[in-house]
Ligand binder design. Structure first.
Ligand code: FES
Ligand SMILES: [Fe+2]
Length: 452
């Protein structure tokens, strides 16, 4: 071990409170995770008023392509209309209430209800009622068209809102749009589409992604590539939160080794830097990668012009209230989303969409780049990956993975839920590093008490 000094003091980056919750700070009781009544209240008071990440715009690129987004007991049909706009409708037939589309994704000429064949065009208009003359009272086709919900898009993400009175998407997300747009999600390739069924409340897993306090305890590999103790936390209006973590470095709360860790050696190699030159200089790696990545990126066809230097080495994560988590790095992104079970507070579904920006081989070849910044076998998938749905036990048994780090989280999350159901547990107590969790729940209180 050396006497290398950390470039920052531990905990030198304070929490930045952009907007406190109007509800103030309140205890986080077990009830909100385990009570069926609380789950029902969320259905009534929370979900209808929120902007929710529904799907990727690339999945509804052409007229007639559709995605069904299920959240709790609600189902929303997102599609591309003939006019080229993104449309969203309640996925419910206006004849007698059947679900119109039951497949989660596809392409149709028209939406045809599987029950009696009522047919809606791509804009949701009711166009065919079989044997309409048998409705002696007539059918008001306009009134019986699919019921629309509001749609907003940014950076390849489609968001829906069931309330006509909620503020526009741009207002709800606030600064997060400008923060996330430079990462150009639309320019990344979708490499995995996964859902795991979890035995926990939908908020327990959101909480897990709202703090770094557990990282040193259950993700020991992080100390070899990130400096979590110096992360900056941001608390935004409407319950959104963010965290910025130094990458291409090590945990500076622990003794810093003379030799770059295996992770850092790999990262240095990706950028053509010699690990031997960083003997005793491990904490210089981050700044050097920032400099080199910009040059190397250009020769591989990457455009980092919208990126600040820190974004070339660091990792940012934004928890978009109430149920979406977006993690971004220059060439990688993950969107995760928690969806409640319709009736059981002890169950949820956790979606993960993984993205990667692949280098342009032609540009790299023309530039004479001899190394590649990723595994050479790491080529873009020929087709959009299938949606892979599995159980928590598949991860625990090693049959499925959502990355080592997320697997580690998933291993224990149902035991957290089980503990919260115990007579022996009442209220959480949070440390300063868990301020994002408190902020989230304070805004949850705000919205659940009827405020908008
Ligand atoms: S419920 Fe859809 S056609 Fe009858
Ligand atoms: Fe974790």
């Amino acid at each position: 071990m050396s006497t290398q000094q950390a470039s920052t003091d531990v905990h030198a980056r304070p929490t930045v409170v952009h907007h406190p919750s109007p509800s103030g700070t309140a205890p986080i009781t077990a009830e909100r995770y385990v009570s069926p009544e609380y789950l029902r209240d969320e259905t009534e008071r929370l979900w209808p008023d929120m902007w929710l990440f529904a799907c990727l715009e690339r999945d509804v690129a052409e007229p007639g392509e559709y995605v069904v987004f299920n959240v709790g007991d609600e189902s929303i049909l997102v599609t591309r209309t003939e006019e080229g706009t993104v449309g969203a409708f309640y996925n419910v037939c206006q004849h007698r209430g059947a679900r119109v589309m039951v497949n989660e994704r596809g392409w149709v000429k028209n939406f045809v209800c599987p029950y009696h064949g009522w047919t809606y065009d791509r804009g949701g208009a009711l166009t065919v009622v079989p044997d309409i003359e048998r409705f002696s009272g007539g059918v008001d086709c306009e009134a019986r068209s699919l019921q629309p919900v509001r749609v907003g898009t940014f950076s390849d993400m489609v968001w829906i809102c069931m309330s006509p009175d909620a503020p526009p998407l741009e207002e709800f997300l606030g600064p997060l749009i400008d923060i996330l747009e430079p990462y150009d999600l639309a320019g990344m390739t979708l490499v995995a589409d996964q859902t795991v069924r979890l035995d926990c409340n939908w908020k327990a897993v959101i909480d897990n992604f709202g703090e770094l306090y557990h990282v040193e305890h259950i993700h020991p590999q992080h100390e070899l590539m990130f400096d979590c103790p110096t992360a900056q936390t941001d608390l935004y209006e409407n319950g959104h939160t963010g965290v910025l973590i130094y990458g291409h470095t090590v945990n500076t709360r622990l003794p810093v080794s003379d030799t770059p860790t295996p992770y850092l050696k790999h990262q240095l190699g990706m950028f053509g830097l010699n690990p031997d030159e960083y003997e005793g200089r491990v904490l210089d790696i981050r700044a050097d990668v920032q400099r080199v990545r910009r040059e190397v990126g250009a020769s591989l066809g990457y455009d980092y012009s919208a990126m600040s230097d820190v974004r070339l080495t660091d990792i940012e994560q934004y928890n978009v209230f109430p149920n979406t988590v977006v993690t971004v790095q220059p060439d990688d992104a993950i969107i995760m989303r928690s969806r409640p079970h319709p009736t059981d507070p002890n169950k949820c579904e956790w979606d993960k969409l993984s993205f990667h920006r692949f280098p342009d081989p032609a540009i790299a070849k023309a530039a004479g780049v001899e190394f590649v910044p990723f595994d050479p076998t790491d080529t873009p998938p020929a087709e959009r990956p299938e949606h892979d749905v599995f159980d928590q036990d598949d991860i625990i048994a090693g049959r499925k993975t959502m990355t080592r780090t997320i697997d580690q989280d998933i291993h224990l999350i149902r035991d957290v839920q089980a503990g919260m159901r115990s007579r022996g547990f009442d209220t959480a107590v949070l440390c300063d590093d868990e301020s994002r969790v408190q902020h989230y729940h304070d805004w949850l209180n705000h919205f659940m008490s009827g405020h908008r």
